[in-house]
Design a protein around this ligand. Structure first.
Ligand SMILES: *[C@@H]1O[C@H](CO)[C@@H](O)[C@H](O)[C@H]1NC(C)=O
Length: 215
């Protein structure tokens, strides 16, 4: 009985101390000292007395990204690497641009929920729930629409129009990270063995070799 109670208390404690995003700051700000040699979870803080407005500033979000690439899409990030003042604050922003029918291929953000708003064009978005359901939740968005991609889930965005499209996304981490499914599986260094992938995807080794060449 005492053991069961202990287990319950331990579980209750374990489930209380959970953060869905970067942990809360303990001071007004902790502007990243990018040249710091000490590695912590995030960056160490600059001396607050030396902090400037430029540490909290980024310009150029109005500029259309270069979508001349195989996917026809572009991401302009404003993460902690661009705005050192975001360090420890658990939030960031990015601009997405799409050529006609451009795609941001399936990916996940290991550290962030994402909320998107369409600035221009029509964008098909979707995410897939975890096993065993793997439910695909998708929608075609128009200008002004807002859509949420829950943390960690595989998702994508595609321009479904013959004009350019653009969106702004906010993410619940200073450094959301990205795992692009295609390049993680077929473009790792060194390769995951072709035999492993052929069995996993139940196709021939040639199909896997073709995919590995593309990534
Ligand atoms: C856009 O990207 C392509 C491919 O990297 C490059 O060749 C081209 O010069 C870029 N265009 C501009 C305007 O930067």
């Amino acid at each position: 009985m005492a053991h069961a109670l202990g287990t319950f208390v331990a579980l209750a404690l374990a489930f209380t101390v959970v953060w869905a995003t970067d942990s809360s700051p303990l001071q007004d700000f902790c502007v990243a000292d990018m040249s710091g040699q000490v590695l912590v979870n995030g960056f160490t803080c600059k001396n607050p007395d030396s902090v400037q407005a430029s540490d909290f500033h980024f310009s150029g979000m109005h500029v259309i990204g270069n979508t001349s690439n195989a996917m026809g899409s572009s991401v302009t990030p404003a993460f902690v690497f661009q705005i050192s003042g975001l360090n420890t604050l658990g939030i960031s922003l990015a601009r997405l641009d799409f050529a006609p029918w451009g795609l941001i291929p399936p990916h996940t953000h290991p550290r962030a929920t994402e909320i998107l708003t369409v600035l221009e064009g029509q964008i098909e978005v979707g995410f897939v729930t975890s096993n065993p359901g793997n439910r695909h939740i998708s929608k075609v968005l128009k200008k002004g629409d807002v859509f949420v991609f829950p943390v960690n889930l595989v998702h994508y965005q595609r321009n479904v129009g013959n004009t350019n499209a653009a969106a702004v996304v906010a993410l619940s981490s200073q450094n959301p990270g990205v795992i692009a499914i295609g390049s993680a599986i077929f473009g790792s260094t060194p390769d995951i063995s072709t035999d492993v992938l052929a069995k996993a995807f139940q196709v021939s080794n040639n199909v896997i070799s073709d995919l590995q060449l593309k990534f």
